[in-house]
Design a binder for this molecule. Structure first.
Ligand code: FAD
Length: 306
């Protein structure tokens, strides 16, 4: 029987006990600093541990959720039942020729800096994206005219049968903030980027410019999940929100940023419920005032408070 005690005991035989947390507040693991508790939060250190935890959860029909760095997640205040798995301890980055091979728990910004150190060009756009490599591939993260799709060659994933398989670029299937790997529910373990030889100083200058643009335009002094909405065709979400008179609108501790209307910032102990109510209010207002549907880029997961 899958009692909490049994699940805990089994998890501690699969991975190191110090890497199994019980009733862990996920607000400690999201960039908005909101979210309820995970029944179990685990941090595997090897691919085999990831595979074994996944296999155990599948066999025992225990729900399993993968998180990256939580920079594009709103986790409802009731938290997540079952097992939540973070791959942030799998974070190696290596180079082979013009290929950079990384584990999915590495920070995409560290991969960008590593590419600079090797004078490889192509990943400059990612220098200020605060997520993991796994999250960046899952979302096809992008900025300043670049996206993961432009630089990815292959990735190694665990599929629904718990098999380790390698996917090529077409199979990964990246488009604007979407991927086949996400639709198929694959766990991304390893990513191979193919870059081009470049000039160190030019790569560095580009990264400095992108960093400066972020610092000028984004409310980086507050917790947030970045741009909350996808860019609707022919529009910019932030501009629509501004035109709807919503800049500065606050529900609970969540506020439409006064600096960048596409961001919702946690200015005063916001809850996930505050975020979700504000998102719905923005969607309804923009639809009724300007006739445009805003679709969330941020992923909202987990249970409401009972
Ligand atoms: P999470 O938020 O933890 O998860 C996002 C999704 O990815 C979830 O569905 C999760 O299940 C899935 N996932 C994560 N890891 C794996 C894995 N190993 N295998 C399978 N699924 C996985 N985004 C941009 O695209 N461009 C930007 O310029 C940008 N700027 C931002 C600025 C700020 C200040 C913030 C807070 C966010 C910004 N973001 C931006 C959003 C975010 O950083 C990206 O979407 C990032 O790629 C998410 O990575 P993560 O590791 O935090 O994923």
């Amino acid at each position: 029987m899958n009692t909490r005690v049994t699940i805990h005991e089994v998890l501690k035989t699969i991975i190191k006990p110090k890497n199994v947390k019980v009733d862990e507040p996920l607000s400690n693991h999201t960039f908005t600093k909101t979210g309820g508790k995970a029944d179990f939060l685990v941090f595997p250190e090897t691919n085999k541990e990831v595979q074994d935890v996944y296999q155990y959860a599948m066999q025992q029909q225990i729900s399993i959720t993968i998180i990256g760095f939580g920079s594009n997640l709103i986790i409802r205040d009731g938290g997540i039942r079952g097992i939540v798995m973070s791959l942030k301890k799998l974070n190696s980055i290596q180079i082979k020729g013009t290929k950079i091979i990384t584990q999915s728990g590495a920070a995409i910004s560290d991969v960008s800096k590593f590419a600079l150190s090797q004078s490889q060009t192509g990943l400059e756009f990612a220098c200020g994206i605060p997520g993991s490599v796994g999250g960046a591939v899952h979302m096809n993260a992008g900025a300043y005219g670049g996206e993961i799709k432009d630089v990815i060659k292959e990735c190694v994933v665990i599929n629904k049968n718990s098999d380790l398989i390698t996917l090529n670029k077409e199979q990964i299937g990246l488009s604007y903030r979407k991927s086949h790997v996400a639709e198929q529910g694959h766990i991304i373990l390893e990513v191979i980027f193919e870059l081009n030889p470049g000039v160190y100083e030019e790569i560095h200058a580009k990264m400095d410019d992108f960093t400066l643009q972020r610092q000028r335009k984004q409310p980086l002094e507050y917790p947030s999940c970045g741009s909350v909405f996808k860019r609707p065709l022919g529009h910019f979400a932030g501009k629509l929100i501004q035109e709807s008179g919503l800049q500065g609108k606050q529900i609970g501790g969540a506020q439409v940023s006064t600096r960048h209307a596409g961001f919702i910032v946690n200015i005063d102990k916001a809850t996930a419920t505050d975020y979700i109510k504000l998102i719905q209010h923005i969607q309804n207002t923009v639809k009724s005032k300007l006739g445009v549907e805003l679709e969330t880029e941020v992923k909202v997961i987990g249970e409401d408070l009972k």
